[in-house]
Design a protein around this ligand. Structure first.
Ligand code: SF4
Length: 326
């Protein structure tokens, strides 16, 4: 059966963007495939960061993932740096990764423009991603459109390594993209993807009144200036959030009320607030339990590390053997 690998940066508490855009899908997939979910702290250090904050954010991310439904009895959840074979394999892959393709990665170009000084780690970020995936010989990787290019590079690396050291046999499978069904979740400003650095997010664990304070002024269809102006739901981020949280009959009703100016945008947001809470309240209750008993998080991560370390050690034993490294 296909094995799934997913990575997420330790950015602290999940927000609706990464919950709807990725994690909710992983929660579903864990019941269909052997699934590994990795908190990729070595990726997080490719840009400037605060070590103390990294510790806190790593724990908060683990808590959020477990609260959101990643079940450590079904899936494997662990922190990347607790399995050192990730960086060992990344170094090996650096020797077969084509420099030109690394330099052409869109994410490298975008991120490097925002940095005062660009590290080699930022350039080789997708090589570490290839190591993350291939260490477990995962063959499916749930990704959004923006990650497809990195995954293509993982395939190139697998192919090149196999050609050099496995006599062309498929020792490392070429991982395939499992495109995430949810569309890109826009931020409350309606301008850019929901992202902590842009301050346009709603946190998964935010209390109801704070969520409302953020939803109330959120950008809607800019052409609905007056309450009586009919709107176009398809251009409104609130409508897309309805599609993620509200039942189909409510979504249909929202569209109709919007087009006929039957509802004002505040009416529409009130309904969304309600359906959102129906999904978030149980997640927040689980988060509270985990917060009160942090050993549950530590135990889940330790079990995940132990499972991954066993597979990683065996992969690296074979890799070293094939490469003539003792
Ligand atoms: S009524 Fe709802 S869908 Fe229509 S513009 Fe307002 S918030 Fe958006």
């Amino acid at each position: 059966m296909s094995r799934i690998f997913s990575g997420i940066q330790p950015s602290g508490e999940l927000h609706l963007g990464n919950y709807l855009g990725a994690v909710k899908n992983w929660v579903r997939l864990q019941h269909q495939h052997p699934t590994i979910v990795c908190i990729v702290d070595y990726h997080a250090i490719t840009v400037q960061y605060d070590p103390e904050q990294l510790r806190v954010r790593r724990r908060d991310m683990a808590l959020s993932l477990l609260a959101a439904g990643i079940d450590p009895n079904i899936a494997t959840l662990f922190v990347q740096s607790t399995v050192p074979e990730h960086t060992e394999l990344a170094w090996i892959f650096n020797t077969v990764a084509p420099l030109g393709e690394l330099e052409r990665q869109t994410q490298f170009k975008e991120k490097s423009q925002r940095q005062e000084s660009v590290s080699a780690g930022l350039l080789t970020y997708p090589v570490l991603q290839a190591a993350d995936i291939l260490l477990y010989r995962a063959d499916l990787v749930p990704v959004g459109e923006d990650q497809v290019q990195h995954l293509e590079l993982s395939r190139v690396i697998a192919r090149r390594w196999n050609a050099h050291f496995a006599a062309g046999e498929e020792f490392f499978p070429e991982p395939q993209a499992l495109l995430t069904p949810a569309r890109r979740i826009m931020g409350l400003d309606g301008q850019a993807k929901m992202s902590k650095s842009l301050g346009n997010t709603i946190g998964l664990l935010e209390p109801s009144d704070q969520i409302w304070e953020k939803l109330r002024p959120a950008v809607t269809d800019p052409k609905r200036v007056k309450r009586t102006d009919p709107g176009t739901p398809e251009v409104c981020n609130i409508y897309h959030l309805h599609k993620a949280f509200s039942p189909p009959e409510t979504v249909e009703h929202v569209a109709e009320q919007c087009r006929t100016a039957g509802w004002g945008c505040l009416d529409c947001k009130h309904v969304l607030h309600g359906t959102m809470l129906e999904e978030l309240v149980p997640i927040q209750a689980r988060a509270k339990e985990l917060n009160a008993k942090l050993s549950l998080i530590n135990d889940a991560l330790a079990t995940g590390t132990a499972r991954c370390a066993m597979v990683a050690r065996e992969t690296m034993r074979e890799v070293r053997d094939k490469m003539g490294i003792t």
